[in-house]
Design a protein around this ligand. Sequence first.
Ligand SMILES: C[S@@+](CC[C@H](N)C(=O)[O-])C[C@H]1O[C@@H](n2cnc3c(N)ncnc32)[C@H](O)[C@@H]1O
Length: 187
Amino acid sequence: MAFANAKPNTLALAALSMREGESLLELGCGPGCALQGLLRLPHLARVIGLDWSEVMLAHASRRNRLALEAGRLALVRGDFARLPFIAEIADAILAVNVVYFMHSPAAVREARRVLRPGGRMVLYATDRSAMRRWRFAGPHTHRLFDYNRLTALLIDAGFAADCIRIEGVNAGLGVMGLLAVARKEKG
Ligand SMILES: C[S@@+](CC[C@H](N)C(=O)[O-])C[C@H]1O[C@@H](n2cnc3c(N)ncnc32)[C@H](O)[C@@H]1O
């Protein structure tokens, strides 16, 4: 997983462009590779990784042990559909290769709820044209997205259409990905 997600994570981290003193929540942090990259930035205020899988959280914990011990990182077990956080705690949200598992319509709304006004969510998904060819990504486990479906998902969750930017990206090995930046309107 770490290898397959490396390029999408690199693209998403660049799109996040974290600034001094900001806080970040990663949804579906998996083995914690993106967190490791983010924690190299010494100036972030608070970094939280959330995942449902105990196994993934254990990997993320091992990979980021020093940051955990220093109190720079918190790892939390939780479900996208019901985030265990108060509203508006994050300046930025990262969600790489996780939207396929957001089966409940509540999930992206939850992400928007915990984003502060003016904050942004960066979301990466492999385009359905590529996903359809992969046997492991069948409709019983994965929701698939193209540009229009991803736009609709973000609008349904409450993001304004003019606050959403989605670009097609090369995710490596000829795989087409979608990189979305959705901003929560101020006030
Ligand atoms: C394909 S992995 C992506 C991991 C990571 N973002 C990366 O790029 O390496 C998807 C992750 O989402 C987590 N996940 C799936 N459904 C979830 C849910 N409903 N709530 C929280 N985490 C979930 C899985 O445990 C897994 O770690």
